[in-house]
Design a protein around this ligand. Sequence first.
Ligand SMILES: NC(=O)c1ccc[n+]([C@@H]2O[C@H](COP(=O)([O-])OP(=O)(O)OC[C@H]3O[C@@H](n4cnc5c(N)ncnc54)[C@H](OP(=O)(O)O)[C@@H]3O)[C@@H](O)[C@H]2O)c1
Length: 209
Amino acid sequence: MKIAIIGAGSVGMSLGSGWMKAGHSITYGVREPQGTKARQLKVSHPGAEVTSNEEAATASDIIVLCTPWQTTEAAIQACGNLEGRTIIDATNPLKPDFSGLDRGYTTSGAEQVADWAKGAQVFKAMNQVGYAMMDNPKLAKGQKPVMFVAGDGNGKGKVLALVADLNFEAIDAGGITCARLLEPYALLWIHLALNQKLGVEFAFGILCK
Ligand SMILES: NC(=O)c1ccc[n+]([C@@H]2O[C@H](COP(=O)([O-])OP(=O)(O)OC[C@H]3O[C@@H](n4cnc5c(N)ncnc54)[C@H](OP(=O)(O)O)[C@@H]3O)[C@@H](O)[C@H]2O)c1
């Protein structure tokens, strides 16, 4: 699949590497396609394209948002017309000091993203673990991390398949309003990692009897 990754930071590069290993084509959308960071990205991610947000979005089957919350609206606007497109929203609507969520709990960042990206199908996913766990991490034998997907529309199947390609147990959590649960759940991961000193190399899983 052709995947546009908007925002080539920690999350964007980790997802890009993971999906390239799974055989997908990656186009990064960046703010300065001719800048130094873009040149470095081409060297560190050979095989990936690096261009503007709009060119990346237009050239791809699916668009993945990996931008800081504070610049996400601008990043979406720079993608151009997103009507009918499928978006994975990997952002978390964090306050700048990480002390809590800027959106919630009667709405969510994903619902805000859907409002900014008029006419697109928006799916919340890949926001629930740290970036170091996104690139097909090697876990103890038999373990598989869970990744919930929330959103509405017929694009959900391909989103679940892409999440599974990163070696997650991809679970359909329901419609877009379930992002109201998945964003605070991501905050729990951040709290455990940073405040409770669990480190960044863990993920949640589902155990069944
Ligand atoms: N870090 C994690 O472990 C983690 C895990 C799950 C979810 N998240 C969420 O994922 C998002 C990204 O986090 P991150 O840690 O990857 O942040 P990051 O390392 O700071 O990377 C953000 C990237 O977005 C780019 N960017 C900013 N505005 C842009 C725009 N308008 N158009 C295109 N690119 C733009 C930045 O590029 P410039 O060089 O132009 O600034 C930077 O490369 C956040 O919403 C975060 O809450 C993070």
